[in-house]
Design a protein around this ligand. Structure first.
Ligand code: AMP
Length: 278
């Protein structure tokens, strides 16, 4: 596995690979890798001739009062896991390889960034879209893989890739869960044992809503009610529970075609998100 630090090294390597006709699958991450990330890396290995990854805790996607400084970091462990997942090339840049002092350019997907997580985290998706645009420009991947765990993020990136014409194929991957159903997330490490137990209410809320939907209920207000009750039972502080069109992320009143249930809630101080197809 080739470990690179500078953007220029990445450009040089990918140019050589593209010249040889190799396809590149890219998996961007913020590190602290878990099975969810490893699933993306293994799939990347299958989809591209070369599986490339990045580990970068992106400061611009954290708000001023968010957890940037305490976000879990484990470069040594992550590199070992990447090597075991047969990653070919990994970029682990210092912040000044990605952002230069006085940067004047950022990328914003106007509509999709303002709703749901964008309400509580107003600059989050600008940070995400900007860093992913930089990654797509530097790696020029044929394919880039992202998890459905961050469903709104996936939609923002698909839109940005389309609007700016990067030409990468954006592939969304299903959510990897712990055996009891909790969606894997680097932020689960923040949960105390008691909170870890309560955190399962997000998964239960998804499951109960799907059950009701499968019985034929199509009224979104009634479907939401089931999810809200499950979250309230475990004293989750609800940020939002939304039933949306999976492409536009607009709220639905009736579920007739494809729909997605999106949940964001705090368990203690930890903000968790999860979602499922209805
Ligand atoms: P992060 O390191 O949290 O920025 O995540 C890097 C990538 O892994 C993103 O595309 C996430 O959506 C994806 N990811 C994170 N957790 C999971 C999970 N539990 N299942 C599938 N993909 C995930």
């Amino acid at each position: 596995m080739i470990i690179l630090r500078t953007a220029q090294e990445v450009r040089d390597h990918v140019s050589a690979l593209h010249q040889k006709g190799k396809t590149i699958a890219l998996v961007p991450t913020m590190g602290s890798l878990h099975e969810g990330h490893l699933y993306l890396l293994r799939e990347g290995k299958k989809l591209g001739d070369i599986c490339a990854a990045s580990i970068f805790v992106n400061p611009t996607q954290f708000g001023p009062s968010e957890d940037f400084s305490r976000y879990p970091r484990d470069e040594e462990g992550d590199l070992k896991k990447c090597a075991e997942a047969s990653v070919d090339l990994i970029w682990v840049p210092p912040v000044d390889e990605v952002y230069t002092f006085g940067d004047q350019t950022s990328v914003e997907v106007i509509g999709l960034s303002k709703m749901w997580c964008g309400v509580t985290r107003p600059s989050h998706f600008r940070g995400v879209a900007t860093v992913v645009a930089k990654l797509l420009a530097i790696f020029r991947p044929n394919i880039a893989l992202f998890g459905e765990k961050d469903f709104q993020q996936l939609k923002v990136i698909e839109r940005m890739n389309r609007d700016l014409g990067f030409g990468a194929q954006i592939v969304g991957m299903p959510i990897v869960r712990e055996p009891d159903g909790l969606a894997m997330s680097s932020r689960n490490a923040y949960l105390t044992t008691e909170e870890r137990g309560r955190a399962l209410c997000l998964y239960r809320a998804l499951e109960e809503t799907v059950k009701l939907r499968n019985k034929g209920e199509s009224n979104a207000a009634l479907l939401r009610k089931v999810a809200l009750a499950e979250l309230n039972r475990s004293q989750a502080k609800i940020d939002y529970v939304a039933i949306v069109d999976p492409n536009t992320l607009e709220s639905l009143e009736q579920v007739v075609g494809p729909a997605r249930l999106l949940i964001a809630a705090y368990i203690g101080r930890t903000r968790l998100i999860d979602n499922i197809a209805l």
